[in-house]
Design a binder for this molecule. Sequence first.
Ligand SMILES: CC(C)(COP(=O)(O)OP(=O)(O)OC[C@H]1O[C@@H](n2cnc3c(N)ncnc32)[C@H](O)[C@@H]1OP(=O)(O)O)[C@@H](O)C(=O)NCCC(=O)NCCS
Length: 172
Amino acid sequence: MIDIRILDGEEARQRIPELALILKDCVNKGASVSFMNPFSLAEAVGFFTEIAEAVSRSEVVLFAAIEDGRAIATVQLQPVWKPNQPHRADVAKMLVHSAHRNQGLAQKLLDTVDAEAKRRGMTLLTLDTMSDSAAERLYLRAGYIKAGIIPNFALWPDGGLGDTSFFYKEIL
Ligand SMILES: CC(C)(COP(=O)(O)OP(=O)(O)OC[C@H]1O[C@@H](n2cnc3c(N)ncnc32)[C@H](O)[C@@H]1OP(=O)(O)O)[C@@H](O)C(=O)NCCC(=O)NCCS
């Protein structure tokens, strides 16, 4: 049984070790999500420590999929701070542990993100991801529209530049 839920600041702090393991697994297995290899557990803990603090400041909405008491996947909704974009949020750091992929977990997380964005009165979600990837297929399936591609935008974690696709989704 998998429970998908929003973590408050305290639960986010408690689950830093689990979330860090997911991030480390994804980067070590080749996901381009800001970090380069070699990527340590300590670095992943540092990242999620900052995210837990951002959750406490209400700057980030942190979602997790919990199985048998442990987080196995996560994603973030980052409402835009700019006063002229109260209707928009970025979707970021969609991470599913490699042992739990291809079961629709990411799709379930995105469904929950949509529902929460709608509940908050948001009407526009934006994100970017490496082109020609499993993530790109996921976002297209989930109804995101590809606005365009920037070539050589980011490095893969083991080196080499890759193109990045920019997506948006209107929540109606
Ligand atoms: C991209 C990522 C989030 C997808 O997570 P996921 O939970 O495996 O995604 P889903 O299960 O919803 O979909 C993955 C595939 O499984 C398929 N699938 C979904 N449910 C399924 C089921 N019940 N049975 C069989 N296949 C299924 C989907 O159709 C999809 O197929 P595709 O690879 O041909 O497109 C995951 O691969 C990941 O974490 N990658 C590393 C981090 C990353 O790159 N994140 C993106 C940052 S923007």
